[in-house]
Design a protein around this ligand. Structure first.
Ligand code: ADP
Ligand code: MG
Length: 219
């Protein structure tokens, strides 16, 4: 069963002379548990594609289906609980690590799962004592990892990753990829990742190449 399907997705920004056709007629589908890599030059439309799927933007035309249902018929709040968009410069709130990590529980009106937070932090090599730390005391790499943990406090069905490993060094990239692979165990999470990293591209079960807003090929 397809978890995601894009059908003739197009997105145009602006009007008149400022009009940019960022995405043109992109169609593809992803089965549950797949790892899709989105590749293409800068400005080709990769982030636009992910933002459309993450409902941060609405398509100019075309449709997105999630588990066979037209996205327009799905409650956006419920959808975002299952489909998580994570980008390169994901920002944390200017509070403590714990306040950041408990945000997903707060919006669900549930209690903070400290054990899960602890386990996930450990997986990204951040000690539990960091929970009481102010975000401004963290390094860039630590912030990125805490932001990823926040996204994973509730395991998403679909994880959209927009160049999240681009700014990371080899060690941090390995830590992040390891955690993402863990999430993919038993096909629990389907991943669609914009990446320039050859290792990630090689691992992908599906390759979506975007050139000038158009999809070129697919593995
Ligand atoms: P990529 O992620 O592949 O670098 P983007 O999806 O960010 O590409 O951008 C695709 C095209 O759309 C580019 O020409 C970019 O300048 C343009 N674009 C992106 N976001 C906006 C926006 N909010 N308003 C106007 N144009 C935009
Ligand atoms: Mg981009």
């Amino acid at each position: 069963m397809e978890i995601l399907k894009a059908e003739n997705l197009s997105k145009t920004y602006g009007t008149g002379e400022a009009r940019v056709e960022a995405l043109k007629d992109v169609s593809f589908s992803m089965a549950r548990g797949e790892f899709g890599a989105v590749v293409g030059a800068s400005g080709s439309g990769k982030s636009t594609l992910l933002k459309l799927i993450g409902t941060l933007l609405s398509p100019t035309s075309g449709k997105i289906y999630y588990r066979g249902t037209d996205l327009q018929k799905i409650d956006p709040v419920e959808y975002r609980k299952e489909v998580s968009y994570f980008f390169q410069n994901a920002s944390l709130f200017d509070e403590t690590v714990q306040e950041n990590l408990s945000f997903p529980a707060r919006i669900r009106e549930e209690g903070f799962d400290r054990e899960r937070a602890k386990k996930l932090l450990e997986r990204v090599q951040i000690p539990e004592t960091y929970l009481s730390k102010e975000v401004k005391e963290l390094s860039g790499g630590e912030k990125q990892r805490v932001a990823l943990v926040r996204n994973l406090m509730y395991q998403p069905k679909v994880l959209l990753l927009d160049e999240v490993t681009s700014s990371l060094d080899q060690e941090n990239r390995a830590i992040v990829l390891d955690l993402v692979r863990d999430m993919m165990k038993d096909q629990q999470t389907t991943v669609l990742a914009v990446t320039h990293n050859q290792e990630e591209i090689d691992q992908a079960s599906r390759l979506i190449t975007i050139k000038g807003g158009k999809m070129e090929e697919s593995k």
